[in-house]
Design a protein around this ligand. Structure first.
Ligand code: NAP
Length: 344
């Protein structure tokens, strides 16, 4: 049959209709999955208010002023009807105020919503914030850590001499988790949920160069960060769980989410390109992702230990995540302690 204009038109039309049908089918499936996840989150979220109306759950979101952390905080506020002590930590007070204003107004006496300003690229700032929380918060039920800021891909340096992307993606998270353990333990000892939650990329990296932890000897590259740091989080959670057998540690991969991650790239062209990719090919909104991420916190991670979950908050298949030896875990722990200590 001759290959003429009408044949090409017919082919293009069928291709278009197949693409559209697949898109609509996927959107429909995702919409119904989201609805069932919202229903299960509403059902599975623990309520402590019935025993003592002052005893509201405490949830902290470092990185809760934008993106996935924001989606999780908003979904959490919705499912608790605002009856929780919710703390958003970040730098953008304007965003935080707008987010908090959108939360349902609390009716339980102990419930409140607040913003705590902290530039987590600085260990001194992390320390100040942690000390403040230790001093005035009685317990923590949920500690969610998702801070990130990408201005460039090359090495930068904070006034403390550290690479800020490495600090945000790992060291600040380690410091908050380690030093706030006593407040999580208090919640656990009272028979409540006590869960630390990292938004990152479980299983996305398979190797760690233990001879060059933190890239201090052989030098930094964004490629190395991408190839190794997700495994830092996998391994350190295994050590946290070994040291704190009654607590729960979750590492979640949110999948492609339309967030604020590309908003700060220093090259405008890159910013535009990334924005286009985000808008056109990243299926999840931050609100949708927030519900899936909460699903891991309330439903999937049912008992103490480490949990590695996918973009829907479901357990990753066995073998995906690197399992470190005790010696490797200790090496990473000691390195992390050293890098997050405040130098005199
Ligand atoms: N989006 C995706 O498709 C995707 C995919 C896989 C993995 N992830 C991972 O998910 C995590 C969250 O990403 P996201 O997409 O939600 O990013 P995002 O939309 O850019 O949000 C980042 C959050 O980090 C906070 N932050 C940035 N710099 C900070 C600083 N110096 N101190 C304290 N807080 C700071 C921001 O708040 P302020 O501006 O108020 O400081 C904001 O709340 C990251 O680790 C990312 O690698 C994301």
């Amino acid at each position: 049959m001759p290959y003429n204009t009408s044949t090409s038109f017919a082919l293009a039309a069928s291709l278009f209709s197949i693409t559209l049908t697949t898109y609509l089918y996927k959107s429909h499936r995702r919409a119904s999955r989201l609805t069932s996840t919202q229903i299960s989150n509403a059902k599975d979220i623990p309520s402590y208010a019935s025993s003592d109306s002052h005893n509201v759950p405490v949830a902290i979101f470092l990185g809760g002023t934008a993106g996935i952390g924001r989606g999780m905080a908003e979904a959490y506020a919705k499912h608790t009807n605002g009856n929780a002590h919710i703390i958003l930590i970040g730098r953008n007070a304007t965003n935080a105020k707008a987010i908090i204003a959108s939360f349902p107004k609390p009716t339980s006496p102990g419930a409140k919503h607040e913003f705590v300003s902290c530039d987590a690229t600085l260990m001194t700032e992390c320390q100040r914030t942690i000390d403040d929380l230790l001093q005035r918060i009685p317990k923590i039920n949920y500690l969610v850590l998702s801070p990130m800021f990408v201005k460039s891909f090359h090495r930068e340096e904070t006034v403390e001499g550290k690479e800020p992307k490495l600090v945000l993606i790992y060291y600040a998270r380690f410091k908050f988790m380690r030093e706030l353990i006593p407040l999580l333990q208090t919640a656990k000892d009272a028979g409540e949920d006590a869960k630390s939650y990292i938004v990152g990329g479980p299983g996305l990296a398979k190797t760690i160069d233990y001879d060059d932890l933190g890239f201090l000897k052989k030098g930094y590259s964004f490629w190395k960060l991408r190839r190794q740091f997700p495994a830092y989080m996998d391994v350190i959670l295994q050590e946290f769980a070994a040291q704190n057998p009654s607590l729960t540690f979750i590492h979640a991969y949110p999948g492609p989410v339309r967030s604020a991650l590309a908003d700060n790239l220093e090259w405008p062209l890159f910013q535009i390109l990334f924005k286009i990719v985000f808008e056109l090919s990243f299926p999840f909104s931050y609100s949708e992702s927030g519900e899936y991420m909460l699903h891991a916190m309330f439903t999937t991670a049912r008992h103490p230990g480490t949990w590695s979950v996918d973009m829907y908050g479901e357990i990753l298949p066995k073998g995906k995540v690197v399992v470190a030896s005790e010696q490797e875990r200790r090496m990473l722990w000691d390195h992390s302690l050293q890098e997050t200590a405040i130098s005199e």
